[in-house]
Design a protein around this ligand. Structure first.
Ligand SMILES: NC(=O)c1ccc[n+]([C@@H]2O[C@H](COP(=O)([O-])OP(=O)(O)OC[C@H]3O[C@@H](n4cnc5c(N)ncnc54)[C@H](OP(=O)(O)O)[C@@H]3O)[C@@H](O)[C@H]2O)c1
Length: 291
């Protein structure tokens, strides 16, 4: 069985998390809205992930909404020591499944309480403030929103703060208000706009958790990726994850899946070593995508 600790661990302030984690978004219904098609299957994926050593789960109360957090609570509460659940604030869902920014102090405070209730926690381990959306970061100040979360942190409702869908300038602005332990933006083998930000955060010992590490709703496809995978006796998704692990020491993986088979496949990437020649071929995919 895979030893996921082979991928190493990272220190999120006072919490050590394995670099191979799990993203829970795909457990909600189609379009990340409503209940899962297979409730028992969703619980099984969460329990298996933790049984296999995953101690970092990414979620949000706006997945479903509420569905993903309630599944995590049903599957895993009372939580084992050392499990770190990272959630996000800054959006809500419309009745039509739309994603609506929710950045007022009242909405952020309500979001923290919704997360606490649905996860069954007295304090959130890590709360990321989501500024932009899956299209990318939105320019502008985050001072009022981040100050609101910093105040909730002072009240003891949040242990650590992070950011999502942000620019380098916004990270700097946030750090002047309160410590930032992680950043979550869109990044993968074929979507490498954050290369400079990742390196900057590595220098600051801030984690970077790429969302859509496998390409998200459109899993990565490339002939070079498939060829490298075939050469290594691995799958393209495993190679995509192993490449991220090699990319920088502060990268934390949160691949999402609703399938036990895919979970097992993804976790096995923790043990996949990429020879330098394979790495060079994979780096060329990013260069091609950027050109
Ligand atoms: N901050 C943000 O704005 C933001 C946005 C999006 C996501 N996120 C977070 O990032 C996490 C990861 O993103 P994601 O789950 O959307 O994208 P992802 O991890 O890139 O890809 C998930 C998709 O790939 C499929 N998949 C997973 N493993 C596979 C495998 N081994 N072979 C083939 N297909 C596979 C999944 O389908 P199956 O279920 O069939 O396996 C699912 O459709 C989410 O869970 C969420 O927590 C954050």
């Amino acid at each position: 069985m895979t030893d996921i600790t082979r991928a190493g661990a990272f220190q999120l302030s006072d919490r050590s998390v394995n670099r191979m984690g799990y993203g829970a978004m795909q457990l909600a219904g189609p379009g990340v809205f409503g209940p899962p098609k297979d409730h028992a299957g969703a619980l099984a994926v969460l329990r298996e992930a933790v049984a296999r050593g995953v101690n970092h789960i990414d979620t949000s109360d706006y997945y479903g909404p509420h569905v993903t957090n309630q599944l995590i609570r049903e599957a895993l509460h009372p939580y084992r020591d050392g499990l770190t659940i990272v959630t996000k604030l800054g959006a809500r869902r419309g009745d039509d499944a739309s994603w609506i920014p929710a950045h007022s102090p009242a909405e952020l405070t309500q979001g923290v309480h919704d997360n606490l209730r649905n996860l069954g926690l007295e304090a959130l381990d890590v709360a990321n403030l989501r500024i932009g959306d899956i299209q990318g970061p939105a320019e502008g100040t985050l001072e009022p929103q981040f100050a609101t979360l910093a105040e909730l942190q002072r009240q003891g409702l949040i242990r650590h703060l992070g950011l999502s869908n942000v620019t380098s300038a916004q990270v700097k602005e946030a750090r002047a208000i309160a410590p930032v332990v992680c950043v979550q933006n869109h990044y993968n083998l074929a979507h490498r706009g954050d290369d400079a930000l990742i390196d900057e955060l590595a220098g600051l010992c801030i984690a970077y958790a790429p969302f859509f590490p496998l390409g998200g709703f459109f899993p990565l496809q490339s002939s070079a990726l498939s060829e490298v995978a075939a050469d290594l006796g691995a799958t393209p998704m495993q190679v995509a994850l192993a490449w991220l692990l090699r990319r920088a020491p502060n990268i934390l993986l949160i691949p999402g899946t609703s399938s036990l088979d895919h979970l097992s496949e993804n976790l096995a990437a923790a043990e996949l070593a990429l020879p330098d020649a394979a790495l060079a071929r994979l780096n060329a995919i990013g260069a091609l995508a950027a050109s």
